[in-house]
Design a protein around this ligand. Structure first.
Ligand SMILES: *Cc1c(COP(=O)(O)O)cnc(C)c1O
Length: 427
């Protein structure tokens, strides 16, 4: 593996900052709420899988806005679509028909197990919609007075009140109680735990399980792939009891796993699923999709001012069509295999540090041993110094989620850079 010089000077960007004129983080921090632990760089330009900061430093972007910039940065097809759409019509109310939204919905239902789509603006909002839909179905079809939704420990479903409640990680809920009632947590990939939760909750009272909401692969929770046997057993269990199966595809949907949808890796179909992050390649959008039998929403039940506006819908449709035209699913599978092979070699070479590599397609985790002092954040910082952007998935997992257009050369380069960061951090 060759280790090349990672840092090049950016070709003069159109909006070049004044040389030596550093970005003022203190002014930023004085005006913006401190909800994020930010790294002390400001990115100002991107092209493909590369981004440049305000000092002209180049980085290979294996974060992609956290699994969001599907087509990388400044992709010509997306640039063309959003430029055209902003000049034509960018927003109108859902009081009227929006052809771009209809075209996007048509593409999504033709290319998934779902029959209908509802559009909103984020993953959390899509999951809120899924929770509302499942509750209405439970009340009106299953005749459950107090429906319960089972979710998994170590899951992540968003930051609104209902979705932090659905999220099975206490750190996201702390100090935000009272939480939303009607959720119950089970360990992931454990069918017996589901069976006993259902037995415990369905005791003949008002309370009963109406839905189960899971990720096909837990992203934030540590890049943990779902087990196909588990999901298949779960599917039959749901079918036999009339329970809805909801999949949160916000991080893994739209090609990230090498299949269009995460559930395709598991050999099952959900009744309801959600999409957001990568759907419009970085333009804000969320989608709630369902089969027709559980589409119980009526006019007035649910809405979103921005949801599915012409701008976001046209952007998303372009991302979907580009995925097809550029045969990106094949690229995701090949580059994913290449990345995992390289990461496994690194994990083996530094086996005192790493326990395993896991993931599907282009969502992969390099897992640190629990007993090593090093945390994923330390490696993220070290990689950044080498010119590679990465994001943790919990304290011990280093997450690799590059744009789906990443090249073989860029994967090799990322592998060299991460190895260099590991060597420096471990010494
Ligand atoms: C990021 C994420 C969300 C939340 O999406 P937002 O757009 O930040 O609201 C929900 N579920 C999963 C699986 C995610 O990865």
């Amino acid at each position: 593996m060759t280790v090349e010089t990672p840092i090049k000077t950016a070709p003069a960007p159109a909006t070049a900052s004044v040389p030596g004129n550093e970005f003022d983080t203190s002014e930023f921090d004085a005006a913006v709420m401190g909800t994020y632990g930010r790294f002390p760089i400001a990115l100002e330009r991107g092209e493909g899988c590369l981004v440049w900061d305000t000092e002209g430093r180049e980085y290979l972007d294996f974060v992609a806005g956290i699994a969001t910039c599907t087509l990388g940065h400044a992709h010509p097809a997306l640039v063309e679509t959003v430029s055209r759409q902003i000049k034509t019509l960018h927003h109108v109310s859902n009081l009227y028909y929006i052809p771009e939204q209809g075209n996007l919905a048509k593409w999504l239902v033709e290319n998934s197990c779902a029959d209908r789509a509802f559009f909103c603006n984020s993953g959390a909002e899509a999951n809120e919609g899924a929770i509302k839909l499942a509750r209405k179905y439970a009340h009106t079809v299953l005749d459950i007075e107090e429906p319960v939704i089972l979710t998994a420990q170590a899951s992540f479903h968003g930051r609104t009140l209902a979705t932090i409640t659905a999220t099975g990680q206490p750190k996201y809920q702390k100090n935000f109680d009272p939480l939303v009632p009607g959720f119950y947590y089970v360990p992931f990939n454990d069918i017996e735990a589901i069976r006993s939760a259902i037995a415990e909750l369905d005791g003949g009272g008002k309370r009963r399980v109406g839905a189960i909401m899971l990720e096909a692969l837990q992203g934030e929770g540590g890049v943990r792939p779902g087990d196909a046997d588990y999901f298949q057993e779960l599917r039959s269990l749901c079918d036999s009891k009339g329970i809805l199966l909801i999949l949160d595809e916000v991080q893994v949907g739209l090609g990230r796993t090498g299949k269009l949808w995460g559930y395709e890796n598991l050999g099952i179909e959900p009744d309801i699923f959600t999409s957001a992050k990568g759907l419009a390649g970085g333009i804000p959008i969320g989608a709630l999709l369902c089969k027709s039998f559980c589409d119980v929403f009526k006019p007035g039940d649910h809405a979103s001012t921005f949801g599915g506006n012409p701008f976001a819908s046209a952007a998303a449709l372009t991302v979907c069509q580009t995925l097809e035209q550029e045969n990106l699913l094949a690229n995701v599978r090949e580059r994913g295999e290449q990345l995992r092979t390289g990461l496994r070699a690194i994990a083996a070479k530094y086996e005192s540090l790493f326990s395993e590599v896991r993931g599907w397609g282009l969502i992969n985790g390099l897992v640190l041993r629990e007993d090593v002092e090093l945390n994923s954040i330390d490696l993220v910082k070290a990689a950044m110094s080498e010119g590679l952007l990465l994001v943790p998935a919990g304290p011990k997992v280093l997450r690799f989620v590059p744009p789906l257009i990443v090249s073989a050369e860029e994967v090799d380069r990322a592998l060299s850079l991460i190895e260099r960061a590991i060597v420096k951090s471990a010494s």
